[in-house]
Design a protein. Structure first.
Length: 399
């Protein structure tokens, strides 16, 4: 008998966790598993990458209200969810004012706590052997799905972000296993929830080398890329975490040092207006270019000379490994989990986590052709795919 697995995520728009889920789904053994995927809102560029063996469950209208505008859902009559979301935002304002976190993600748990009681049950799907909540908030899977085991994934460095520990603890504690994507992510999580150490297990984000390399060969218009210059590429959401606003100033510093660079950013997000303002004030319009959202960023990464991840914090950036698969020298800032991302000087370089320090570190690396060639040779010789990580699920389920 095949084991039944339920997996939930809010949507499949472009993002690291969403890409990691597609990697996981593509690596499961469907001779052994029957997989139901519940995407709360059927939207996002990655929907088309769901493997055909996966049973995509029908969209349930009320679950889509979690990520649509409040005014819109009020017009549709979902007053209970609208009130819950408004109360969650009010509580989040109080939390942020009290704790002054650098970046708070407490809002997601508040929304879940105030709205999950009003969501329809998913028990009619029957009992699953395993129910997976792949991305926060996790209340819905634990409270609305019937399963023998419940697992929740961590994709965030909890040592850096602000969370309401009292609100989140009972949710995490209700799961049988908490899956971390890296050792540093585990450390960050346990800095907030030390008593949950026995529930933690490590399963890294799954990437397929063949998929990345095949997608990189897609024909796209790259005629806008200049020749006879150094081309950087970054793929990221426009958010505080990814620090694209700071990257503008790093680019300015490098230009001031006399380096002939162009920096291309693939992505989207709420900070776009602010980033464009930084570009205007530094007069970097020609050198720091926002390409926009691309469902397939790989041809652009392949066409550039270096991949840069300028983040303020990360869990374990999927885009870094994807660039390594394409044998691109990777430069990352020294965020808290940087050393778990790459081996400095071997398969990439880590530069200081500041504007001036990053610019100086990048300059030194750009002038060291021998190191660049050594790193490229290492990347070409190494296998970066890790489809075998999916085997851990089988082992844990049968254990």
């Amino acid at each position: 008998m095949k084991k039944r697995i339920f997996i939930a995520i809010q949507y499949l728009e472009i993002g690291g966790a969403e890409r990691a889920l597609i990697g996981l789904l593509s690596s499961l053994d469907y001779m052994k598993y029957e997989v139901d995927l519940f995407v709360y809102r059927h939207s996002g560029e990655f929907m088309k990458f769901i493997p055909k063996q996966v049973n995509l469950l029908p969209e349930i209208k009320k679950y889509t209200t979690l990520s649509r505008p409040v005014k819109e859902i009020v017009k549709e009559g979902y007053i209970d969810i609208a009130v819950g979301r408004v109360l969650a935002h009010l509580k989040n304002k109080i939390f942020n004012k009290r704790y002054q976190a650098k970046e708070s993600i407490a809002i997601y748990q508040y929304i879940a706590s105030y709205t999950t009681p009003f969501m329809p049950s998913l028990y009619r799907r029957g009992e699953y052997d395993l129910a997976i909540s792949f991305l926060i908030p996790h209340n819905i899977v634990r409270e609305k799905v019937l399963a023998k085991q419940y697992w929740a994934w961590i994709h965030t460095d909890y040592s850096y972000v602000g969370i309401d520990v009292d609100y989140e603890y009972p949710v995490w504690n209700a799961f049988d296993k908490i899956v971390s994507i890296s050792e540093d992510v585990t450390k960050g999580f346990l800095s907030k929830f030390p008593t949950l150490a026995s529930k933690i297990t490590l399963i890294e984000n799954i990437l397929s080398e063949n998929f990345v390399k095949e997608q990189a060969e897609e024909k796209v218009d790259l005629s806008f890329l200049p020749s006879d210059c150094i081309k950087f590429c970054t793929v990221a959401r426009f958010s505080y975490q990814k620090a694209i606003d700071r990257a503008v100033y790093i680019c300015k510093e490098l230009i001031n040092k006399g380096l002939n660079i162009y920096w291309y950013i693939i992505g989207y997000g709420g900070d776009e207006a602010m980033i464009r303002e930084r570009i205007r004030e530094t007069q970097m319009e020609e050198r720091f270019v926002l390409i926009g959202k691309k469902e397939n960023p790989y041809p652009y990464v392949k066409a550039c000379d270096f991949y840069i991840q300028p983040s303020r914090y990360e869990d374990k950036a999927v885009t870094v490994r994807e660039a390594q698969i394409l044998a691109k020298p990777v430069i990352i800032t020294n965020y808290p989990t940087a050393k778990s991302q790459l081996n400095d000087g071997v398969d990439g370089v880590i530069v200081p986590d500041s504007i001036e320090g990053a610019a100086d570190g990048i300059e030194v690396f750009l002038k060291d052709k021998d190191k660049q060639n050594r790193i490229i040779a290492y990347l070409k010789a190494r296998h970066y795919g890790n489809e075998f990580e999916a085997k851990k699920i089988e082992k844990l389920l049968n254990g």
